[in-house]
Ligand binder design. Structure first.
Ligand SMILES: Cc1cc2nc3c(=O)[nH]c(=O)nc-3n(C[C@H](O)[C@H](O)[C@H](O)COP(=O)(O)O)c2cc1C
Length: 462
């Protein structure tokens, strides 16, 4: 029998199973159900099985567990089986390093084998690690780690020191566990392997948490606020301000006049030239109608407990959290200014924005094209965040950005079919947008920018 070799454990290191693991007999075996699946262990003597059944939610040193088994009459072979089974359960084992840390596995493939470090080695915190308040305590996490570490107050001096190199001998157990959990690096290890070097801290964290697999947080359509908060309505309450009715095209006439679909798709380009004739209010109205109006609002229903809407572009959950705001620089038949697009009434609501803010929005958009143009019309896409986060856990913001991409392509295709000049932009100032449009940044602010020029070069309108 191959008994796993263990680095000698100090009495300060203790283990237990995740509190939500359930150990139960079944089909002549011991079945350990946990958030990531179930482990079936066969052939365990009764004494070992009953010891394991006490493990969820309790923490004990390895020597203590062995002592308990021996005290109840366990043989050396049973001790070996206990150690083998604990090794197999490593992916759901909680480790504590008293009095500093508690390390909880949070993903299916979590394995914690304390690194063997020399007392003279040095360790430092990963640049991807973060500390935040969670529940009652402080937790240390990283997108590179499949474990979450709860920090006791006694760990604060060590944590503070870890922004620089700390000698292993200062806290051997805690440091070898932090290294094993991927939250810290031994001095000679290269954290910046090529695949990681180019990741921003926040991007990697967002990637790890906005998809399932590397965390144990609720994920997907959980409706976690169903009993706490009413969902926001499908249609944003209209801001006060003079309304400008927009042209409503005949979709039959548009369909007859449009180039074939493949021609539109293949001729679509990002056009960074707004030098010709500006768009007209009529064509702007047609673009918005064909790309972004509300066709219908429905619900709520028992199975979909919030209002949904149908629009020309798809949207996750038919939530349609995106809103459009226009900064109009040049448009025949429409005053320069800042407008909210009412997608249901298909009109623009004039907003009392400051001229310098509108200019700053246009200047930023121009800069995003490399200063290639003075935009005719800047469409800013905002998200009413709570529409999505009321329904979705973990993935709400990621889904909103996907929805932005979908709307970009719809604007691109309709503008191309109409011979207008479209160009999506990759960055904008959400603070400036919130100020310009009079929004609360945390409730609704910008997630996308799109430029529309009067006519693409070489088209009938140019
Ligand atoms: C999400 C997204 C962001 C973009 N950001 C910018 C940008 O900030 N500035 C710019 O000039 N073009 C931007 N573009 C346009 C791309 O540069 C363009 O799509 C790409 O060069 C391919 O050219 P094409 O659109 O003509 O096929 C963006 C496009 C997308 C879809």
């Amino acid at each position: 029998m191959n008994v796993p070799r263990h680095a000698p454990t100090s009495p300060s290191v203790r283990v237990g199973l995740r509190e939500d693991a359930v150990v139960a007999p079944g089909d002549g075996a011991l079945i350990i159900t946990n958030p990531f699946g179930a482990v079936t262990v066969r052939g365990l003597p009764a004494r070992v099985a009953s010891l394991l059944r006490e493990l969820p939610g309790t923490i004990a040193g390895q020597d203590e567990l062995i002592g308990r088994l021996v005290a109840s009459g366990g043989t050396s072979q049973e001790v070996a089986l206990l150690l083998l089974t604990l090794d197999r359960l490593n992916p759901i084992l909680v480790h504590t390093v008293d009095p500093l840390l508690r390390i909880v596995p949070i993903a299916r493939d979590a394995v914690l084998r304390p690194a063997v470090l020399d007392p003279g080695d040095t360790v430092r915190l990963s640049r991807f690690a973060l500390v935040r308040r969670s529940g009652e305590g402080l937790v240390l996490e990283s997108p590179l780690s499949r474990h979450r570490v709860t920090l006791n107050e006694e760990a604060m001096p060590l944590l503070g020191a870890l922004s620089r190199d700390v000698m292993v001998k200062e806290a051997p157990e805690a440091l070898s566990h932090l290294v094993a959990a991927g939250l810290a690096y031994a001095g000679d290890a290269d954290e910046e392997e090529p695949a990681l070097r180019t990741w921003d801290f926040h991007d990697l964290l967002f990637h790890s948490r906005s998809r399932s697999g590397r965390h144990d947080e609720p994920f997907g359509a959980t409706f976690r606020f169903l009993e706490e908060l009413p969902p926001e309505p499908a249609l944003k309450p209209l801001p006060a301000g003079p309304a400008v009715e927009l042209f409503r095209p005949s979709l039959e006439e548009a369909a007859a006049a449009d180039p074939p679909f493949t021609t539109v798709l293949e001729s679509r380009r990002s056009v960074r030239e707004h030098a010709g004739a500006p768009p007209t209010a009529r064509r702007l109205g047609e673009l918005l109608y064909r790309a972004a109006r509300v066709r219908e609002v429905s619900g709520p229903t028992p199975s979909v407990p919030y209002e949904v809407s149908s629009r020309p572009y798809p949207g996750g959950g038919a939530v349609h959290e995106l809103e459009l705001y226009l900064v109009v620089n040049r448009c025949a038949g429409l005053e320069r200014g800042v407008y909210y697009y009412d997608p249901s009434g298909h009109r623009l609501i004039t907003l009392p924005a400051r001229t310098e803010d509108a200019h700053a929005m246009l200047a930023l958009a121009s800069a995003a094209t490399g200063g290639l143009l003075q935009p005719d019309v800047l469409i800013t896409i905002t998200a009413r965040f709570q529409r999505m986060s009321w329904k979705y856990s973990g993935m709400a913001y990621a889904a909103m950005l996907k929805n932005v991409g979908v709307l970009y392509q719809t604007l691109y295709l309709v503008a191309t079919a109409m011979g207008m000049a479209p160009c999506g932009l990759g960055g904008g100032d959400a603070d400036l947008a919130a100020r310009t449009f009079g929004l609360d940044w945390a409730r609704e602010s910008s997630v996308g920018e799109f430029l529309i020029g009067g006519a693409a070069p070489g088209t009938a309108g140019s």
